[in-house]
Design a protein around this ligand. Sequence first.
Ligand code: NI
Length: 203
Amino acid sequence: MAARPSTNLRYGLWAVAIGAVVAVTAVALGLFGGDRPAGVSTVNIGGPFALVGTDGQRVTEADFSGKARAMFFGFTHCPDVCPTTLAEAGSWLEALGPDADKLAIMFVTVDPERDTPEAMKTYLSSFDPRIVGLSGTPEEIAAVVKSHRVYARKVALEGGDYTMDHSAAVLLFDKDGRFVGTVDYQAPADQAVAKLKRLVGAG
Ligand code: NI
């Protein structure tokens, strides 16, 4: 390095230093899907929601007070990600044993046009009955997708049909509704169960 770095070089070094601080802070806040370290304030993901259960009843976050939540967003016409995740979610509940009572696993549709409460009920009958299916009006679904920072987009198919692109991570909230991390798609079962045990205070 020259004895007197040019102004451009010095600005460049500052940019690298600031970038490193931002990256470390982002990791500490769990923005990249890690668990939230104790004492670090939460990222603003989640919050109240008003949806419809598979029997047509109104459902809000208050119905799960005192329980941790694992929320997954998808759709019943999904060819792979959703059925895989829902099957895995059933095995997580089995692995939790009695501690599964402290956790609510929810499958929220991002395709309210097709995923009526009845369609959700039929679809979820192939999976663990403890998984809570949630639908709603397009406006209600749009609101929960936004507040939970979920990616969901309609993609047209040939012949007038459509599919949905959607984020595949399961969002984890503690019993006070704070976002604490994710279980990523096809995470090894032992890792997923370890996270869920910690989430319900059993690990
Ligand atoms: Ni899916």
